[in-house]
Every structure is written in structure tokens, then in C-alpha cells.
Design a protein around this ligand. Structure first.
Ligand SMILES: Nc1ncnc2c1ncn2[C@@H]1O[C@H](COP(=O)(O)OP(=O)(O)OP(=O)(O)O)[C@@H](O)[C@H]1O
Ligand SMILES: C[C@H](N)[C@H](N)CCCCCC(=O)O
Ligand SMILES: [Mg+2]
Length: 220
């Protein structure tokens, strides 16, 4: 059965794209990646999907809309005069992709409640429209402040009845003295959700071969 994984995060810049690439690199079978709204890049610049491709070689990439300014999709769309695709459009895309892919990864923009369309529907609203099973992965920071941010995101998912496969720490510090201050035990204790992966800091700068070879070791 096709797995649909929504990769959300506690914030922008927490490592969702690197985590999406890590899931793509470890997937057995065919994998497609959807970024419903990409902001902050020109038509010629690499976006998150191109970063996934650079890290993994996965080329089955789907971008809903691309906007120039590095802002929330609704803000960037309004300022650029672009009508955003609706979350219903994205849900239809996912359901089509799921017909013959083993894994469909969907990377949000920023955190869970960031609006993706002109009606203000967010990634949670998009997922709720699917008529096929799916789960969320929450990418979290390692450092101080993450317990609250992760707890809030998990609470928001639970309040909407959306299933959570686990937490992934987007960038885990290499230095033991930093790592031991990250309170890894407290993330599952606070949220009730297991940490299923930790991406080492620096993984995003690896060459493709090294990234793909190491990716499985980052998951529990
Ligand atoms: N484990 C990591 N190793 C190296 N760099 C990382 C790692 N995690 C994140 N980064 C870097 O931090 C920055 C932000 O990460 P990333 O782009 O994955 O965040 P994001 O959550 O996808 O943000 P957005 O909301 O823009 O999609 C990037 O420059 C990325 O290369
Ligand atoms: C530009 C940035 N890197 C992301 N693509 C968009 C992040 C939107 C965050 C909106 C917010 O929560 O204020
Ligand atoms: Mg990203």
C-alpha cells in the first residue's frame, strides 16, 4: 500500500527538506515528492525539490506553485498577484500520485498552520481532505525551546485527529557536550510521540552518494 507522509515542522528552517530527502533516500520502491507551495526562489533557482533531487537522485518531483519572495505562501502570492492552487488541487495531486507510487512525501511550507491557499487552508486542512491513509512526521529542532514548539505542533495535529508517525530531529549536534544538553528523552516524554530519526548536523552538505549511503542509519 502506498505510504503518504506529510513532513511538517515546528518552524521554517528546521530541516524539513533534509528530512524529506532522508525519507526519499531510504524508501523501498518508487517515491514521489510534492511541495505544494515553494516560496523564496526565482524560476531558475533550485527550490526544496531540487535540493531533494541533489541529495538523493529522486526525480519524481511536483511543485504546486513557486513564488518569489521568502514569505508565507499566502503573503507572497498576494504581493505577487498570483492565485494559489487550492488544497483540494493538492489533495487530488497526492491521490493521483498514490495510484502507482510506493511512497508520496509532502513537504509543507514553514510550520503546520501556515496557509497554503487563498482560503487560508493549511497542511492540516490538506491532509484532512485525503480519502486515503496518511501520517505526519514532525521535524523538530534539537536545542532549547524545542519541547514547547514540538508539543504545540503535536497538540495541533492531535486536535485535528491527524495521525503522527513520529518526530525527527532535523539537525543533531555532533559535539557530545551540545548533544547531551538536548534532552532527547524529554521530547517523547512531553509529546507522547517517539523520536524516529535524528539527522546529523552537516548532512545537508553531503554529496549524494554519501547522503544516500548514510540515510538509513539516521532512523531508529
Ligand atoms: N542536518 C542538516 N545538515 C546540514 N544542514 C542542514 C541540516 N538541517 C538543516 N540544514 C540546513 O538548514 C537550512 C534550513 O533547512 P531546511 O531547508 O531543510 O529547512 P526547512 O524546514 O525545509 O525550511 P522551509 O520551511 O523553508 O522549507 C538549510 O540551509 C539546510 O541546508
Ligand atoms: C521562506 C521560508 N523559507 C519558507 N519557504 C516559508 C516559511 C513561511 C513561514 C510563515 C510563518 O510561520 O510566519
Ligand atoms: Mg524546506
Amino acid at each position: 500500500m502506498t505510504r503518504i507522509l506529510f513532513v511538517t515542522g515546528t518552524d521554517t528552517g528546521v530541516g524539513k527538506t533534509v528530512v524529506t530527502a532522508a525519507f526519499a533516500a531510504t524508501a523501498r520502491g518508487s517515491v514521489a515528492v510534492l511541495k505544494p507551495a515553494q516560496t523564496g526562489v526565482t524560476a531558475d533557482e533550485p527550490g526544496d525539490l531540487q535540493e531533494v533531487q541533489r541529495l538523493t537522485g529522486v526525480a519524481d518531483l511536483h511543485e504546486g506553485v513557486r513564488l518569489l519572495e521568502p514569505l508565507a505562501p499566502t503573503t507572497a502570492g498576494r504581493r505577487q498577484g498570483v492565485v494559489l492552487p487550492s488544497v483540494d488541487d493538492h489533495a487530488r495531486t497526492i491521490e493521483k500520485l498514490a495510484v502507482d507510487r510506493d511512497l508520496v512525501l509532502v513537504e509543507g511550507a514553514g510550520g503546520l498552520l501556515v496557509g497554503l491557499d487563498d482560503d487560508g487552508n493549511d497542511l492540516a486542512d490538506l491532509a484532512a481532505r485525503l480519502e486515503i491513509p496518511f501520517a505526519f512526521v514532525v521535524v523538530a529542532r534539537a536545542g532549547l525551546g524545542t519541547l514547547n514548539h514540538t508539543g504545540l505542533t503535536v497538540e495541533a495535529l492531535r486536535a485535528r485527529g491527524l495521525p503522527i508517525a513520529g518526530l525527527v530531529v532535523g539537525s543533531w549536534p555532533a559535539e557530545p557536550e551540545l548533544a547531551e544538553r538536548c534532552n532527547l528523552e524529554d521530547l517523547p516524554a512531553t509529546t507522547g510521540v517517539p523520536v524516529i530519526g535524528r539527522i546529523p548536523a552537516g548532512a545537508g552538505e553531503l554529496e549524494r552518494e554519501a547522503f544516500v549511503a548514510a540515510a538509513a542509519s539516521w532512523f531508529e
